[in-house]
Design a protein around this ligand. Structure first.
Ligand code: GLY
Ligand code: MN
Ligand code: MN
Length: 475
């Protein structure tokens, strides 16, 4: 597939036809889809614009990354009407002239451009008996056009949208692949430039810069640059501490850029000194073993709950092997869910226009209270609550695989204070490993017809990371 440039028109009408198949409208009915993109917002009490990123469902339907557009799609004629925002003359002085209709039709996969002033006329002309919107759609324009709200349908479009977004077209995969490859290179750059006593923010800035100079000026989510004990905080985004220089000191970087709004989600964990300490290496290789076991098994038909359970089993057995978990058979510990003291998130999720993409969203972080009541837990029900993917894997899905192990103070305190659980934790051994902080290894992968394509190409074995870090270190 040729590269997709910033100026290329994305064939988003393919998305409309996919959604139409899923909506399966009555052939005689006259329905439309209406949706409105996000608008620019200002800082309170100022005229300073907040950073803008369009709403993902609108991007899915139209490819429009600019603010203030609406779309009407006629389910009978399949015509896509794009409605740009009205720009008053005095605003043109400040912001420049907007694109004319011809330019918009070049940029976007639409059939006609309609002004906001003509939207009521368009709606009157189509006279739809059903208007499919999302529960989040801003309906102000419909209200102003005097639309009968009894005709609004809030549910079917959302269901169809989530289903459609779960599997990707080749051009969407190309965008995600690009985002993953550039993000992988940005991770390598951080491995090569990290040094103890540096600010975490400096690595964040370099990551953003590496992405931006390769056409990805926006991040898919706030980068996490978590050094030392902060690596045990899953969504640490303050990035405002100094990277420690201790022998165990790891830096966990969870960051991914986005290309034309298509994202990537990548985590690498590496030693600030360039060399893993024995304890850091042990924990790191356990997490890698769990990740590689899942990557080997992935293919269409696989259940995500089984993959999570595989990670739980490997991590539990390995923590018994190194003496952190004690006084029980590993399988008993698996059944009790004790590993959640060290591993308290799901094993992955769908990625696309959002980092936690639609199509099986709804994870929760579990505590010991909800997972191992009275020393027993229903492994299957607690695991299913953690899942971000709820249906068997299909070809063309893009998902993450992201096991981790964390020495998180709050989690450990919660678990080890429960009297009937305390005996399973070897506190001396935990103290030995606590300075490691946390390890997560996260790849974004594509499900193919018989396995995966790993879209993430940053090194991840201890040997490869140490080799990359030894190369060109700018100390
Ligand atoms: N970056 C967020 C996550 O890994 O899910
Ligand atoms: Mn993730
Ligand atoms: Mn991540």
């Amino acid at each position: 597939m040729p590269p997709i440039f910033s100026s290329d028109r994305l064939p988003t009408k393919e998305h409309y036809f996919k959604i139409k198949r899923l909506l399966n409208p009555d052939k005689n009915s006259r329905g439309i889809i209406y949706h409105r993109g996000a608008d620019i917002e200002l800082r309170d009490d100022t005229d300073v614009e907040l950073d803008f990123r369009n709403e993902s469902n609108f991007v899915y339907l139209t490819g429009v990354e600019e603010a203030g557009f609406h779309v009407v799609i006629d389910l009978f004629t399949d015509l896509v009407y794009l409605i740009p925002p009205t720009v008053p003359d005095n605003e043109v002085l400040w912001s420049g002239a907007p694109d004319n209709a011809a330019a918009l039709l070049q940029k976007y996969d639409a059939d006609a451009i309609v002004s906001e002033a003509d939207l009521p006329g368009l709606l009157m002309q189509i006279d739809p008996n059903v208007i499919h919107i999302l529960d989040t759609t801003d309906t102000t324009a419909l209200c102003e056009a005097g639309v009968d709200f009894d005709r609004l349908e809030f549910t079917a479009l959302k269901i169809a949208m989530h289903e459609a977004r779960l599997t990707k077209f080749p051009w969407e995969i190309e965008l995600v692949r690009y985002a993953c490859h550039i993000s992988s290179h940005a991770h390598i750059a951080l491995m090569q430039h990290v040094k103890p006593r540096q600010m975490e923010r400096e690595l964040e800035a370099r990551f953003r810069w590496e992405c931006a100079r390769n056409g990805m000026h926006r991040q898919c989510y706030l980068p996490i640059v978590a050094s030392g004990p902060r690596a045990a905080t899953l969504h640490y985004t303050k990035n405002n501490q100094i990277i420690p220089s201790g022998p165990h000191s790891l830096v966990l970087v969870d960051a991914g850029g986005e290309r034309r709004c298509y994202g990537s989600d990548v985590t690498r964990t590496f030693p600030s000194s360039g060399t893993f300490s024995p304890e850091a290496k042990t924990i790191y290789e356990i997490v890698l073993k769990a990740q590689e076991a899942v990557l080997e098994k992935l293919k269409p038909g696989v259940l995500w709950t089984d993959m999570h359970q595989l990670v739980v089993r490997i991590l539990s057995h390995e923590l018994v092997r190194i003496g952190i978990l004690v006084n029980a058979d590993p399988e008993e510990l698996v059944e009790m869910g004790v590993i959640r003291a060290f591993y308290f998130h799901g094993t992955g999720h769908s990625v696309g226009l959002d980092v936690h993409d639609v199509g099986g969203r709804g994870a929760g972080i579990l505590s010991c209270n909800s997972s191992a009541k009275n020393g027993k837990s229903s492994t299957s029900s607690s695991v299913s609550k953690q899942q971000l993917l709820t249906k068997p894997l299909e070809e063309h899905m893009v998902i993450t695989v992201e096991p981790g192990l964390y020495f998180n103070e709050t989690s450990l305190a919660m678990w080890t204070k429960v009297p009937y659980l305390r005996k399973y934790f070897n506190m001396d051994r935990i103290e030995q490993y606590r300075p490691v902080g946390g390890v997560r290894i996260e790849d974004t992968v594509l499900i193919t017809s018989d396995g995966i394509e790993n879209l993430t190409i940053a090194p991840k074995t201890v040997k490869d990371i140490e080799a990359v870090m030894a190369l060109d270190r700018q100390h």
